[in-house]
Every structure is written in structure tokens, then in C-alpha cells.
Write a protein that binds this ligand. Sequence first.
Ligand SMILES: *Cc1c(COP(=O)(O)O)cnc(C)c1O
Length: 484
Amino acid sequence: MRYVSTRGAAGDVPVGFCDILLEGLAPDGGLYVPESYPQVSAGTLEEWRGVLATQGYAELAFRVLSLFIDDIPAADLQAICARAYAAEAFGSRLVVPATPLAGRLWLLHLSNGPTAAFKDVAMQLLGELFAYELARRGSTLNILGATSGDTGSAAEYAMRGKPGVTVFMLTPAGRMSAFQQAQMFSIDDPHIVNIAVDGVFDDCQDLVKDLAGDLAFKRRWRLGAVNSINLARLLAQVVYYVAGWLQATSGPGQPVSFAVPSGNFGNICAGHVARRMGVPIDTLILATNENNVLHEFFSTGVYQVRGAADTYATSSPSMDISKASNFERFVFDLLGRDGARVRDLFGSPEFAATGRFDLSGTPGFAGLRERFGIVSGTSAHADRVATIARVHAETGVTIDPHTADAVKVATDLIEGVAEPVLVHETALPVKFAATIREALGHAPEVPAVFAGIEGLPRHVVDLPDDAAVLKEFIATRLTALAAG
Ligand SMILES: *Cc1c(COP(=O)(O)O)cnc(C)c1O
């Protein structure tokens, strides 16, 4: 399998997985996508049903990822998957168990990993892949990332202790929950560097893009990425759509739908890939919170990025995103995989100036629901609170605010979609205690591993929203680390 850029031209040479594992954007500013989607037959899916049941998620991951990764020897990839998806790290060999919730809804439990968010599933694999590839090359890597909450802690827990890896993680100062801050800032490791930026998440992401765009700086300091545009993360996420389908069905061809709380279009993009591969996914229900640029696109055809001032701080903060960094991968498919058209849209001076394009009235947009199976809806704070309370009253299950956004939108849209609908549980409620308390009148249960975390000393550096200052800081810190 080879990979191409979403902004590529006909003459470009596709590249292998390991060549881009440690990269972020393609050199032309686009995102890497598989040259074509591997097709999975009904027979293979039935074989995988046995694999998941008898051997567990790690082996399923190996089978699925083997379709995308052919430049790591099979035995090595199998061992990487076994280390990434150990039952001890995720609480069970299934890693992502699916349970019926109520009526036509199921929960796909994606947040049983070390930091209690779905991002662990991809990040644990990425940590192992990075360690493997860096050792193979005799190289080191300094990861620069931005997070509005869960990416940062998932990355830090996946990368800590991995030889050759240092992490610089930017967070929007004061915008994460107390628990999320504690998870990250309590890590006491010189190679895990937390930076609180005076701005919102999009400012942090812009700083990352700014530094990654300075090729000399990037090369000099060996900067790499783990944000959601990383190709390996996308591929890792495809696996749990397969695992979800397998658990909610009993035989070939049975359709399911998924409801996915969305911000960067990362998680749901993997569902799109799984659907293109032939997994019988009927509908992908995209749920946004008040920051609903994606819902706006899927309901009107207009994509309008919003600035920091128009990005609300909500009670599902990991979706407080107004510039969906993975969306370009979907648009590439929507436009018939025409790199020149994608470049005209996302790379144009107009888009840089206005952050807007309009695909309404194009044939691609008109047939979107039928061809891609995506529908969307939006949810607000009062919906989350009411949904958390209702689900708890009806089932005894406490769901987190992001999962609640997806349950709300799935409930709104359920009439038109095939059931069962697997709602992605993207975080555990313990991460968002204030909203749970508002909804239920009591705090969420604290899993034993997280007890007392908010009382630990904090390791974090405050910086302004300024690329030059950030560069200076990174250079100084890495020089000090190298000197021991
Ligand atoms: C990151 C995150 C999301 C949004 O996922 P995207 O891939 O950015 O669309 C939703 N819920 C939680 C809990 C998250 O951490």
C-alpha cells in the first residue's frame, strides 16, 4: 500500500507507510491518504469475527493494519499490536467492548485505555510504531502537538519512557477540565513538556502548523507530529469500526450505524474509510456541539472555518474546534480524489483569507448522503445535561458529555438509519466531573487508577501565543536535555 497527498498532482510518486509515519502534512500542504482503499470481503469479515472472539483485539488490529502497512515485517507488526493492545492497558482483551444501551442504541466503549479517552486506542499504537521505527533508523524525534484535552494526555502516556522521544504539548490555558489538566501536568518526566498557551485550541494548532511549516527549524530540531492528521492514527481508528461491527452483528452483511461525537473529523474519517473498505456500515451520524462547522457543512454544503473569537468553550471541550483538520481527507473523496480541485479549495488564497468554500449545488454534495452515508446534527449544553440525566435514569449508565452529544444527535436522527446504532463512548465521565454533577447531582465514579491525581504537583510552562517565543523555548529545552 502506498500513500498520496490530498493535494497531489498526477506525476507525484506515492510513498510508503514508514516514510510518512513520523511526518505530519505532506510537503504540498495536503494530508496523506491511501492510494486506494483495500477491499474487505464478507468472508474475511467472518474470519475476523473468529479472530476477535478467540484471539482478541490485538490480533484483529494486526489483520486490519496489514492491509495498510506492508513495510514492517509481519511478525514485527504483530508484536507491535500485541504490545499496544495489551489487555492490562485496556481492561479487557476486547479493548473496545460494545454493550447494548437502550432501544436501538449501543455503546462502543472506546475509552478504557490509560487516559480514559478514545484517543488512547490510536495513540498506544503510535507510541509503539514510533519506538520501533526510531530504533530501526537509530534516530530520535521531538513531538510537537496541540490539544484541547484528550490528545495531549493520550500522547504523553503513549510516548513517556519511549527511548528517543520527547514531547512538547501545547494546551489552551485554562480551557481543559481540572482532571484533564491534572492528567497531563502531573507527569514528572523531563522528556514530557507541557506548555500552556495564552489562547484557544485553534491558536495552539496554528502554532504547530507554523513551526512545522518552517522546514529548517523542523529539520534542525527533528520535529514530528501526533495530532489527528497523523496517518497512523487514522488507520488505527479504522480497526475499532470493524470491532464494533463484529460485536453488534452475528453474520455477513448485517448493517450497523455509528454515532460519532466530532471535532476534527478524525474519528469519523476512520469510519468513512471502514465503510469504503466494505464494512457494512449504513450511516455515520456526525454529532457536533455548539461549535458546529461540520454540521453546517453536511446540512448546507458551506464549509466556514471560524476564528478563535467565534469558538465557544463548551462542556464537551474536546470538540471545541472550528477548523476540522482531517476534513480535507473526506473532501478529497467527495471530489472524486481530484488533488487539483482539493488544492484549489484548501490551498487557495481565497480560502486562506475567508476560511470558506461552498460545495452546495455541486453533484458531489447533492449525492453525499447516498454515497457516503453521513448525516449530521448538533447538540448544546442543555441537551448534554438532559441526555446524561435521561440515560442515567433509564439505564443506570453514566455517560460523559461528548458521548451525550452523540446520543442526543443519534436519538434525533434515528428514524432514517439502519440499527443498531453504535454510539462512540469517547471519554469516561470522570474527566468531566462538573457537567456530570450538574446533570446527576453527584460526582462521577473515580476509577481507582485516577484517585488523588488532582492533588499532585503540576509540571507546565506558560507561554504567549507567539511562534518565535515557542521556537526559542524548544531550542533551549532540547539543548539542555541533550547536555543532560
Ligand atoms: C478528540 C475527541 C473527540 C473528537 O474527535 P475528532 O476525531 O477530533 O472528531 C470527541 N470526544 C472526545 C472525548 C475527544 O477526546
